[in-house]
Design a protein around this ligand. Structure first.
Ligand SMILES: [Fe+2]
Ligand SMILES: [Fe+2]
Length: 526
């Protein structure tokens, strides 16, 4: 190891000066963000300071500056948290703008609520600060969970509770806000229906009620005249959370072209025009997509990505096949294979076209971006082995250019796109199994995923080897439940029961499932 001579003081000062001089160019985006953060902090400080409290003539300037600096500090920590732990949102300008709007919007909206509630309290001749429990500040955390994720909602709740505590100059209100916001975030953790929002709001009511009761006990006001008002205001807050979230969420979804889990579920509805078209035009592809959806959802759950998004993208990944269904093997159902009359090169062009057609349909029906990405990336740059092999045989010795038999890509860029690619390949391959025994299924899944990996198709997404192992296990589990063994029932001649009063009337009476068409019947083991 080389001994590096220690730098002199002059050299150290020179290095420091150089770093300071270079900072504006090397950290341009950080400086821009600090500027935006400063503006946001200023608006928030204005929102949490009433005009009367910012009386500059009576030293209110110091109060305003103090709250501005504290808000800036809190938001700076929040910004650092997002930058470090949520790079997906940090790199997405649209999402960062939305987050800033939600931070500022939550506080401004609640400022108006505080004016209204304070007026109500004054109208009822009640003194004190009971009105503040009616402020529906938990709506912000609920929206953050629905639009972003739970981790961000926790950080957001923390930020909001600190700022609210400064706003009301009450540590009790900070605790009240934190408990309400966390409850709101928890209550919509797996929210897939709009009706769940009502239940979540009721949970917020219960949490608010409990927190207010504890605060009243703490302040020795449990039996005071303020207690009833505080309880009523806290219930009002929960109900307002329901009203705000149900009305604001669709506006945000529409304006920012976002899909929350609630609207994703709507895409799984079989009455969706595109899904119906696939079901009617290409029933084989539709069935294939449903199985791919099952596989992708289970694997997504195993590796910690959004399982609902995985299912939705899988349902639509082959939507382009609805345009020319007869050229895809799953829709042939015994009909003549049209590729027999085509050259392998022409067949490969038709196969590639289902990606382009799918993208066009997805854009026409305004499907979300992750669905478009999966449609475009689900074959990556993989080789159409069947047609390449056919071309190789026809070429008579000269191997054709394999690039002409590859999909144009790009390769999967997200974990969901990679999941759908693997689920797609595995589902198609298992159809070719003459006898789907557990050993064969396991070997096939292993082989398909290894081939995809070795071909470099998942090099551009963030899947780890550990993820791949989990994906294989979940695929095998789902496929084994699809291809589970069946036991054979003995032949029973139903004519022997004819005319007998005690003869069983229906399948259910016998506790078995039959297809009613042949004597040979099967029933599920489990
Ligand atoms: Fe496809
Ligand atoms: Fe497919």
């Amino acid at each position: 190891m080389k001994n590096v001579p220690p730098k002199s003081k002059a050299q150290q000062i020179g290095d420091l000066k150089k770093k300071v001089a270079e900072y504006p160019t090397t950290h341009r985006s950080d400086l821009n963000n600090f500027g935006i953060l400063g503006c946001i902090s200023f608006i928030v400080a204005l929102a949490i300071n009433s005009p009367s409290s910012v009386n500059f003539a009576e030293g209110g300037f110091g109060h305003f500056l103090g709250s501005l600096l504290i808000v800036q500090l809190i938001l700076f920590v929040f910004y650092k948290d997002i930058k470090r732990y949520k790079p997906v949102y940090y790199s997405d300008r649209k999402m960062m703008i939305l987050l800033a709007i939600l931070v500022v919007g939550t506080l401004i909206m609640n400022r108006f609520f505080s004016y209204f509630l304070a007026a109500v309290q004054r109208g009822s001749d009640l003194s004190g600060d009971a009105f503040m429990y009616g402020i529906p500040i938990a709506a912000g955390a609920m929206l953050i969970t629905l639009i972003f994720d739970f981790h961000l909602a926790i950080s957001f709740s923390f930020v909001m509770s600190l700022i609210s505590g400064i706003w009301m100059q009450s540590p009790h209100f900070a605790v009240y806000t934190f408990v309400g916001s966390l409850t709101a975030a928890f209550a919509v953790l797996r929210c897939r229906r709009r009706s769940t929002l009502v239940r979540a709001g009721l949970y917020v009511c219960a949490a608010n009620l409990l927190t207010v009761a504890i605060i009243l006990l703490l302040k020795g006001q449990f039996l005071s005249e303020q207690a009833l008002a505080s309880v009523l205001f806290s219930l009002f807050s929960g109900l307002c959370v329901i009203a705000i979230v149900t009305s604001v969420l669709p506006i945000i979804e529409y304006s920012f072209q976002l899909r929350t889990d609630i609207s994703l579920v709507e895409l799984l509805d079989h009455d969706q025009e595109l899904l119906r078209m696939l079901m009617l035009n290409a029933p084989g592809t539709y069935h294939h997509s449903v199985i791919v959806g099952n596989l992708a959802e289970a694997a997504a759950e195993a590796i910690g990505v959004n399982p609902l998004m995985a299912r939705v993208t899988a349902y639509y990944h082959d939507i382009g096949k609805a345009k020319m269904p007869e050229y895809f093997v799953e829709n042939l159902a015994g009909a003549v294979n049209k590729h027999e009359k085509l050259t392998p090169h022409m067949s490969s062009i038709i196969l590639i076209s289902h990606v382009k057609e799918g993208l066009e349909l997805a854009r026409q029906y305004k499907l979300p971006k992750p669905v478009l990405d999966v449609i475009q990336q689900h074959h990556g740059t993989s080789l159409m082995t069947y047609f390449y092999q056919k071309a190789l045989e026809q070429a008579g010795g000269t191997p054709p250019n394999h690039e002409e038999f590859r999909y144009p890509g790009p390769r999967p860029q997200t974990r969901i796109a990679a999941l759908v690619m693997m689920a797609d390949a595995v589902e198609a391959a298992t159809r070719s199994l003459a006898e789907a025994t557990p050993a064969r299924i396991e070997a096939l899944v292993e082989k398909i995923i290894n081939n995809i990996f070795l071909d470099g198709q998942i090099d551009e997404c963030e899947l780890t080897l550990k993820d791949l192992s989990k994906i294989k296990d979940s695929f095998i589990h789902v496929l084994l439940s699809i291809f589970h063994r069946r036991i054979q029932y003995p032949d029973v001649d139903m004519r022997q029961f004819a005319g007998r009063q005690e003869a069983p009337r229906t399948d259910r009476d016998r506790g078995t499932q039959t297809n009613g068409s042949s004597g040979k019947e099967s029933a599920k083991i489990c």
